[in-house]
Each structure stands twice: as C-alpha cells, then as structure tokens.
Write a protein of this length. Structure first.
Length: 87
C-alpha cells in the first residue's frame, strides 16, 4: 500500500524531478509534486511524495528528515488527510 509523504521547507527552486531524485534511493517513488500558488504561480515551499510502500516511506523519513538541501533543513513526515489536520 502506498504512503504519501509531506516534504516541507523546500527551496522555491525545487522541482518535482528534484524530489523524485532525492527520494528514489529510499524506494520506488510513485509521484512527486511541488505545491504552487493558485493559477500555477510561484512554488509554496512544500510538496508531496508518494512512496510505493510503508518500508520505503519509513526509510525516506529516516534518511531525509532534517537533511539540509539548498541551505534548508527538510521536514519529511507522513502526510495527514485534510480531515485530520487541525484548523
């Protein structure tokens, strides 16, 4: 079963391809996106990566959470569903 990860504190220059390359050593990446402002504007500094399974997701979190990339320490954790987030 696939696991969706939240990736925060990204450089505004980061791309989906960058995320794909960064997470690939941890396991198969099914999807990697950078969230942009409405209308396809400027990146918002975070994205989501879908890993093939829980083992790959756990490996990615262990290896990448806190890792400095482009001068920024990444925040990587399991993404919460919209209903689960505190408002």
């Amino acid at each position: 079963m696939s696991v969706r990860l939240y990736v925060g504190n990204l450089s505004f220059d980061a791309t989906g391809e960058d995320l794909q390359e960064l997470f690939a050593p941890s396991g198969e990446v099914l999807d990697a996106i950078i969230v942009t402002r409405p209308g396809g504007g400027r990146p918002r500094g975070f994205g989501f990566v879908t890993m093939e399974d829980a083992a790959a997701a756990d490996s990615a979190i262990a290896q990448l959470d806190g890792l400095e990339v482009a001068g920024r320490a990444l925040k990587v954790n399991v993404a919460k569903d919209r209903e689960e987030r505190d408002r």
